[in-house]
Design a protein around this ligand. Structure first.
Ligand SMILES: *Cc1c(COP(=O)(O)O)cnc(C)c1O
Length: 495
C-alpha cells in the first residue's frame, strides 16, 4: 500500500508519517498538516455498502494512516465506535422532506464532535507508542461549551492520558455546565473561570507557551498536547461518515454505484466540510458540497466573492458552535486550490493575520467548483425547525436547521435534484431552548423538565446523555481566576 505522509501548508519542511503529525498537532512553522497526496478508495463502494460503520472506518482510515498496523487501527476503531453510541448503526440516515439527514449525534455528548473525539485519544496513545514517546499525554483545553466536554468524554479513563478543561463559569448553558461538572474519569479535571471564553483561551495559550513549565513537566514525565480541530487525528475519522452515508444510499437503493450526491454541512471551523472535500478527492462521487453558515457568513461571502474578510461584527446566534469568524481548517483548502503551494498559502495567512482579510486568485477560484455557499439568519433557522416538524414531525437542532434552510434555498434556486445528505450535527436536546422556542412552545423551564416536554413533542426518548444528568453526582467544583489557572494545572499534575 502507498505510504501517505503529511506536510505543512506553510513551508516545504520534511513530510512526517501520520502518527508524528497526530502527536504534533500543528506543524513547527505554524502551518497545518496536509497529506502529500490523496489515496484513492481501493475497494468498491458496493463492497463497503455491505460493511458496518467499523468496517467502513477501517477501509477509509487505513488509506490515510498508513503507518498504523491493521491491529492498531482496528483496535482504535473498536474502542471508539461501539456501545458508547446509543444506536447500533452509529450514524443513522433519516429521510425527511426530500433530503437525507445523517445523524452524527448519537455519541456520548450528543454532538458530532464525538465522531472524531471518541477515537482521537486512542490514535494519540497509539502514535505515542509508535514514536517511543513514553510521557503521559496531558490535554489542556479552553472551551465555550461543546468541545471540552466531547474531548473529556473521549479521554476519560484512557490510560496514559490526562485531560484538563477550563470553561467560563457564567458563559455556558445550564445543561452544558452540568455535563462538564459531572464528568467521570480519574484522569479528568474541570475548572470554572471567573471570566469569559477568551480569557480562558488566552491563558491556556500562555500555559502552552511557558517553556519553563514545559521543561519541568517533561522532567516529571508529562507532555502537553492539544485535541483541537486542526489535528489530522480529528480530520481523518470525519471522512469516514461521508463514505458511510454514500454506501447506505447505495444499500437502500436510492443511488447506483457511481451516481453523485450532494453534502450540505453546517459550518464553523470548516473541519467537517473539509472532510467531505477529502472524501471527494479520494474518489467518492460528489456533485456539490454546500457550505451552510449562520449570520456570521464569512464563508458565504468567501465562496461568492473570493475574498475572506473577518473584519465584521461578531453575531451571537442560536447555533453557537458556528459563531466563528476565523475558520482555521479553510487553510487546508486554500493550500490545495493553490496547487499545493506553501508560499502562496503562507502569504494569504499572513494577510489574514495583518489585515484580517485575503483574496484568492482567479486561478484558485477554479478549485472551488464543488462548493456552494449559503446562509440562514435567526428567523430562517427557527422557520426551518418549525417547517420540518410540521411536515414530518422530525425535530432538528439549530445548527442542522441552518443547513436545512440553505439546502431548501439551493434546491429552489438551482433545480438541482441530486440526492442530498444534510450533516445533522447536534441532537435537538442539546439546544432545547431554541428548539422549543422555534416550535412555539414554552421554553422558560428548568432544563430537564424542558427535555421531557421536547421528548413528548418530538416522540423521541430523552437521550441517555441528558437523562443521566438528573442523578449524576457533581465531581468537579473548582472555580478560579484567570491568574490561578497555572497553579491549578500544577495541582492536577501533582508537580
Ligand atoms: C463544531 C460544530 C459545528 C461546526 O463544525 P466545523 O467542523 O467547525 O465546521 C456545527 N455544528 C455543531 C453542533 C458543532 O458542534
Amino acid at each position: 500500500m502507498k505510504q501517505i505522509l503529511y506536510k505543512s501548508t506553510r513551508s516545504d519542511s520534511t513530510p512526517v508519517p501520520a502518527s508524528r503529525a497526530i502527536l504534533m498537532g500543528l506543524a513547527e512553522d505554524g502551518g497545518l498538516f496536509v497529506p502529500t497526496e490523496f489515496p484513492a478508495l481501493d475497494i468498491g463502494l458496493s463492497q463497503l455498502a455491505a460493511m458496518d460503520y467499523r468496517g467502513v472506518a477501517y477501509e477509509v482510515m487505513k488509506l490515510l494512516l498508513t503507518d498504523f498496523t491493521e491491529e492498531e487501527l482496528k483496535g482504535c476503531i473498536a474502542k471508539a465506535y461501539s456501545s458508547n453510541f446509543d444506536t447500533e448503526g452509529i450514524v443513522p440516515l433519516r429521510k425527511a422532506d426530500g433530503a437525507w439527514y445523517l445523524e452524527l449525534f448519537h455519541g456520548p455528548t450528543i454532538a458530532f464532535k464525538d465522531m472524531a473525539l471518541q477515537i482521537l485519544p486512542h490514535l494519540m496513545i497509539t502514535s505515542a507508542k509508535k514514536n517511543r514517546e513514553d510521557k503521559e499525554i496531558v490535554i489542556l483545553t479552553a472551551t465555550s461549551g461543546d468541545t471540552g466536554k466531547a474531548a473529556m468524554a473521549g479521554f476519560a479513563d484512557v490510560a496514559g492520558t490526562r485531560i484538563m478543561v477550563f470553561y467560563p463559569k457564567d458563559g455556558v448553558s445550564s445543561i452544558q455546565e452540568k455535563q462538564m461538572v459531572t464528568q467521570k474519569g480519574d484522569n479528568t479535571c474541570v475548572v470554572g473561570i471567573r471570566g469569559n471564553f477568551d480569557d480562558a483561551q488566552s491563558s491556556v495559550k500562555e500555559i502552552f507557551g511557558d517553556e519553563a513549565l514545559r521543561a519541568e513537566m517533561a522532567e516529571k514525565g508529562f507532555a502537553f498536547s492539544s485535541a483541537n480541530s486542526i489535528n489530522i487525528g480529528r480530520l481523518v475519522p470525519q471522512i469516514v461518515y461521508y463514505v458511510f452515508a454514500y454506501t447506505r444510499l447505495l444499500a437502500n437503493g436510492t443511488i447506483d454505484e457511481g451516481d453523485k450526491v450532494n453534502f450540505v454541512v453546517p459550518t464553523g471551523n470548516f473541519g467537517n466540510i473539509l472532510a467531505a472535500y477529502y472524501a471527494a478527492q479520494m474518489g467518492l462521487p460528489v456533485h456539490r458540497l454546500v457550505c451552510a453558515s449562520n449570520s456570521n457568513k464569512v464563508l458565504f461571502d468567501f465562496f461568492t466573492t473570493g475574498t475572506y474578510d473577518k473584519n465584521r461584527e461578531f453575531i451571537l446566534t442560536s447555533s453557537p458552535s458556528m459563531d466563528i469568524l476565523i475558520s482555521s481548517n479553510l487553510e487546508r483548502l486554500i493550500y490545495h486550490i493553490s496547487g499545493n503551494d506553501p508560499e502562496k498559502t503562507a502569504g494569504l495567512m499572513q494577510d489574514l493575520k495583518e489585515k484580517g482579510s485575503y483574496t484568492i486568485t482567479e486561478e484558485m477560484k477554479k478549485g472551488l467548483e464543488l462548493f456552494r455557499g449559503g446562509y440562514a439568519d435567526e428567523n430562517e433557522t427557527a422557520e426551518a425547525i418549525r417547517r420540518l416538524y410540521e411536515r414530518e414531525k422530525y425535530v432538528i437542532d439549530p445548527h442542522t436547521a441552518v443547513a436545512a434552510h440553505v439546502y431548501d434555498r439551493f434546491r429552489n434556486d438551482t433545480g438541482d435534484a441530486t440526492p442530498s445528505v444534510i450533516a445533522s450535527t447536534a441532537s435537538p436536546f442539546k439546544f432545547e431552548n431554541s428548539v422549543m422556542q422555534a416550535l412555539g412552545e414554552p421554553s422558560d423551564l428548568p432544563d430537564l423538565e424542558l427535555a421531557d416536554r421536547l421528548s413528548e413533542k418530538a416522540q423521541v426518548a430523552v437521550p441517555e446523555a441528558v437523562n443521566m444528568l438528573r442523578t449524576a453526582p457533581v465531581r468537579h467544583n473548582i472555580v478560579c481566576d484567570r491568574d490561578g489557572m497555572k497553579a491549578e494545572v500544577r495541582r492536577f499534575l501533582g508537580i
